[in-house]
Design a protein around this ligand. Structure first.
Ligand SMILES: Nc1ncnc2c1ncn2[C@@H]1O[C@H](COP(=O)(O)OP(=O)(O)OP(=O)(O)O)[C@@H](O)[C@H]1O
Length: 278
């Protein structure tokens, strides 16, 4: 469903004098992520995790190689097609990105309202980036978007909080609202960028249980970028290990021999994170 075929991504880093230097963020990445799979991506800071996510929703284009989603080469899409494709992908972030001045229900309904206002064809998906909401009208609480938002809030067990504002919620509750918002357009894929990094362990468990339910009941493919190895171990079917932009392994979390490989990476990562060196 998501395929990376020999993907390279190089950025140009400009020095103070304006001279450009290439920075190879991803080298020769080939991997595929199945339908309804929960796929983890781990790696140290700067290893290319976010770049990999941004390639999946076409916010970045590969410098070479091909990224395909449902068989479609994203680089071959025209801008309008790319926007539609992006609407089939939901995204959640470490900092939730909810709008403080809107109710929980209005936050969740926002992608639907934006979709309607722009008169976009097709019912599926949205890019969470668009929910930052510049110029978007507050949903009035009437009509289909609100009903759909309430359904999604029930799905993440947040129905009772629909009339509250984000500031009245815990971090875990905010993330569950963000999940409801990301799913309101029934995306095929949910991208999660450090979804539990600012949560305590109880709220982490609640969010991960919600993601497991999303996969089970909606058949959504979920890609989870996280530096929290327990989260990857607890929720993912497989995980890619990125080291300095290179894919050094794709580990089947359930397989004993693969688990050993992941544990050995985890040990190195833990030593790095704790001691600042490998
Ligand atoms: N738009 C950009 N322009 C220039 N360099 C970039 C750009 N985006 C990312 N990079 C560089 O590419 C490399 C990979 O960045 P990326 O954000 O993908 O890493 P990451 O693993 O997600 O890091 P972190 O865990 O700190 O978020 C880094 O060296 C980063 O500085």
């Amino acid at each position: 469903m998501i395929e990376f075929d020999q993907v390279n991504k190089t950025f140009t880093q400009r020095s103070a004098t304006g001279r450009g230097k290439p920075l190879h963020a991803l080298h020769d990445i080939s991997l595929s992520i199945d339908e309804a799979e929960i796929f983890g991506v781990v790696g140290e800071s700067g290893s290319g995790k976010s770049t990999l996510l941004r390639l999946i929703n076409a916010l970045e284009a590969p410098s070479s190689g091909v990224v395909r989603v449902n068989g479609v080469d994203l680089a071959a899409l025209r801008p309008a097609e790319k926007r539609l494709q992006r609407r089939r992908i939901g995204m959640i972030f470490q900092q939730f990105n909810l709008l403080a001045n809107k109710t929980v229900a209005a936050n969740v309904a926002l992608p639907l309202s934006l979709h309607r206002r722009r008169g976009m064809p097709g019912a599926k998906g949205h890019g969470a980036q668009e929910t930052t909401g510049r110029g978007a009208a507050e949903t009035s609480g009437r009509g289909a978007p609100r009903e759909r938002a309430l359904e999604m809030l029930d799905f993440v067990n947040m129905g009772a909080h629909a009339a509250k504002h984000p500031a009245q919620l815990s971090g875990g509750e905010k993330q569950r609202v963000a999940i409801a918002r990301a799913l309101v357009n029934e995306p095929d894929i949910l991208l999660c960028d450090e979804p539990t990094s600012s949560l305590d362990s109880q709220h982490t468990d609640e969010v991960m249980a919600t993601l497991l339910r999303v996969r089970r009941e909606m058949d959504t493919s979920i890609v989870v970028v996280s530096h929290e190895l327990e989260v990857i171990r607890g929720a993912c079917d497989r995980a890619a290990i990125l080291e300095s932009g290179r894919l050094t392994g794709v580990v089947d979390i359930a397989a004993p021999e693969a688990r050993e490989r992941f544990n050995s990476y985890s040990e190195r990562a833990r030593r790095y994170l704790e001691g600042g060196q490998e």
